[in-house]
Ligand binder design. Structure first.
Ligand SMILES: O=C(CO)COP(=O)(O)O
Length: 137
């Protein structure tokens, strides 16, 4: 599966801890990240990650493009809800595309924890369900 990992600055510690804790599961998948998040995760966990631009420079949009092309299966995006971001429209657009394309998205540690465990248990039938619905349309 293709998984995007993104975190705002005040949530970087959380995502690094998350990536280290679930290293074994994450290492079985293709990982993508916005610039600084990807750099910090790979440096601290050794995970191999395809990095895009930093969020404020277009990284959220690059990940959004992967979602639009049906090339992303899961998004883990630890948002900072207490700090205004200069690229707020890009963040909203990314989350909107997750909804448009039925991509599971976790915006905090608690949700990500549940999602990654579901992934490990191969509880992800949603792709098949979406495909079947598309065929019927
Ligand atoms: O701003 C971000 C997401 O909106 C994250 O960008 P960085 O990973 O480059 O810090």
């Amino acid at each position: 599966m293709n998984i995007a990992l993104i975190a705002h600055d005040k949530k970087k510690k959380d995502i690094i801890q998350f990536a280290k804790s679930y290293h074994t599961i994450l290492s079985k998948h293709q990982l993508f990240a916005t610039g600084t998040t990807g750099k910090q995760i790979s440096e601290s966990s050794g995970l191999s990650i395809t990095r895009y631009q930093s969020g404020p420079l277009g990284g959220d949009q690059q990940i959004g493009a992967k979602i639009a092309a049906e090339e992303m299966d899961m998004v883990i995006f630890f948002r900072d809800p207490l700090t205004a971001q200069p690229h707020e429209p890009d963040i909203s657009a990314l989350l909107r595309l997750c909804d448009v394309h039925q991509i599971p998205v976790a915006t905090n540690l608690a949700g990500a924890d549940i999602m990654i465990k579901a992934l490990d248990h191969e509880d992800f039938e949603w792709r098949t369900i979406i495909e079947e619905n598309r065929k019927q349309e």
